[in-house]
Every structure is written in structure tokens, then in C-alpha cells.
Design a protein around this ligand. Sequence first.
Ligand SMILES: [Zn+2]
Length: 388
Amino acid sequence: MWELTFPRTVVTGEGALEYLKEVEGKRALIITDKVIHKLGFVEKVANYLNQVGLEVKVFDEVEPEPSVETIVKGAEFARNFSPDLLIGLGGGSCMDAAKATWILYVNPDVEVGEINPFAKYQLRKKARLICIPTTSGTGADVTWAAMITDVTEERKMELPTREMVADMVILDPEFPKSMPPRLAADSGLDALTHAIEAYVSQWRNDFSDALAIKAIQIIFKYLQRAYENSGDNEAKEKMHNAATIAGIAFSNSQVGVAHALAHSLGAIFRASHGRIVGIFLLYSIEYATREAMERYADIARAIGIEARSDEEAVEKLVGEIKELYREVRQPTSIRELGISRGDLEKRLEDLVTRAANSSCTFMNPRVPDVEDTRKLFLYAFEGKKVDF
Ligand SMILES: [Zn+2]
């Protein structure tokens, strides 16, 4: 038996933001960050809401990798304003912050770290949630978990409950048009990793398979164009859709060891999530091929790779991914992130422990033990072959 969760409404395409004029409510709280506020995106959203008589307030204090403190502060802000609509506007951090803030706003006695899939939060008795992503990668607009950081313990918490899936997601290609190329590439590779890991995950199912394959096809066709030419509206719109499609895929399947390793590395060495996860994707495919050869071969064939055997198909798939990285100038090793071998080795045991305990690790088609996790970090450091 599978329980699958989807947002109730997805509005997509040129002019999608105008759909806000259909929204009913009295007070809307936009949860976002200072950069998005400065870019004028908040005004765009607020304008439509004002037109239909909603009072709008803005909480713009979300930081990258939002902390527990920010969520508590946001919920307090919400309680003083009593919105019946919350809007997460921005990248993954803003949308995750909106999801977690919603829970604390409705349930003042809940601690952020306690959020779990078994409790009942009655979120819709008080407010609904609209997510409006401005980057094309995280899938946070459709997932049912929020990544929140416990700063004192240097720990990223993945807080899940199906109740927090947005009522509405608005995919307006106007927003990702202003993404710089580097961000377009980083977030695109995050989406690619979501889709590939969802397709090979132990929790894969017919629904996640269909969505994952479509997302992979779109990304291989359009990511380079979106990167090369920020004025390529078709490519930007396609990538914006692909990110959300991949998000729905992995939230109904799971991501795997590339994410476990990336969350671990990202918690200690600051670097873009998309860039790190893209590096680990390469090595994780090689690691898991033994257990998931047919699945990776499916992916290869879905993007038009011709091969006489599954083995050859997977080899060519890794080649195609590397070619894509070359085209969008992405690194293929940890060393290229500016991390030295010495620094990596100093924190290696900590990195390994965090990754080995991640729930993503256990969803991988081949689950690495502690020793293999260590080897994966060292392999990804500079791509020097190791035996698993
Ligand atoms: Zn990711």
C-alpha cells in the first residue's frame, strides 16, 4: 500500500501569478527573505492580493538554511497578525520556513524539533499555504518535509508531516528569469539528482517513476539552454516545471545517498546544495549500479541513449551527466569546491557518521555501511577510483 501526496492545485505558465486574484481570504502573510524582497517580488505578489481585498504583511527574515529561532519568530509574527493565508515566496529556504512556521502558528505548544508525521496539526482550521518558488530546483514547494537547522548542534533537521503540503503552488516563469546562470545550474542539478534518486529509490512506485522520468528528460533538454541564455523563456519555464515535477516524484518516493552525503558535507562546509549533491550523484550511480542496473539503464534510454546492454547504457548515462556538467560548468569533485584534503580528513569521521545515520541512506538501492560511506567521500574528493 502506498499513500501518495500532491498539492491540491498547481498553476503554471506565463501569467500564473495572476491566479492570486482568485484567492479568497482576509489576511495574507508572505514569508520570504531580504533578497527576494529587494528584487521587488514581494510587491508583485502583494499587488494581486490587495486587488482582491486581502491585507498583506511580510516576514522577510528567512536566512539560507533557516534556523529554529527564525521559525519561532515567524510564528510569533503570524500570531500577532492572524493570517488565513500563508505564502512561502522564494527558494527552498523560504518555502520550508513557511511550512514550519505554519505548524507553530497553529500549534503554539509544538517545538520545531518535534514535528513528525504521526501528530495531527489541524493546519487548515486556521490558514492555508501557497508556495511560489523563485528558483528552479529544490522542490520544496511540493514536498512534505521542511529542512530546518539547529544552529547550536550544527544539525539539519528534516521535519515531515503530510499536512504541510501546499494547497496551491504557483509556477510563474517570470521569477526564475532573474536567476543568475550559476544559480540556474546549481538548482537544475539539484532537480536532476532528485529525479534520478527518486527513480532508483527503494520506495519508488509507478507514480514517482512517471514524474521522475519526465523531469529527467526536460532537464537534459533544457538545462544548458536555461544556463547559457537567461532570456530563453521557454527553457526557463521548462526547468521551473521540471523542478516541481521532480519534487513531487521524490516526495512520493525518496532521495538517496547523494543527498545523505550532501547534507552531511553541507552542514560542515558551506557550499551550494545543488553543486554538492550534483558531485555525489556521479559517484552514487557507480556505487549503486550493482543493485539498480536496470533502473539506471531505463533512465539512459529515456534520454535517447542507445546501448546493446544495460551495462553500456549506464556507462553512457554517467558520460552524459558529466557532459552536462561540462556544459553548465559544474564541478565533479569535492576538491573543486575549494575544500582541501586535509580539511576533509579532519572532519571525515563526523561527516561519515552524519551521512550513515541519514534516512536518505537507507532508501538508496544499495545501502552503504560506514566503511563504504567513508570511501564514497574519499572517492568524491578527487575522483580517484576506489573498490567498494
Ligand atoms: Zn536536493
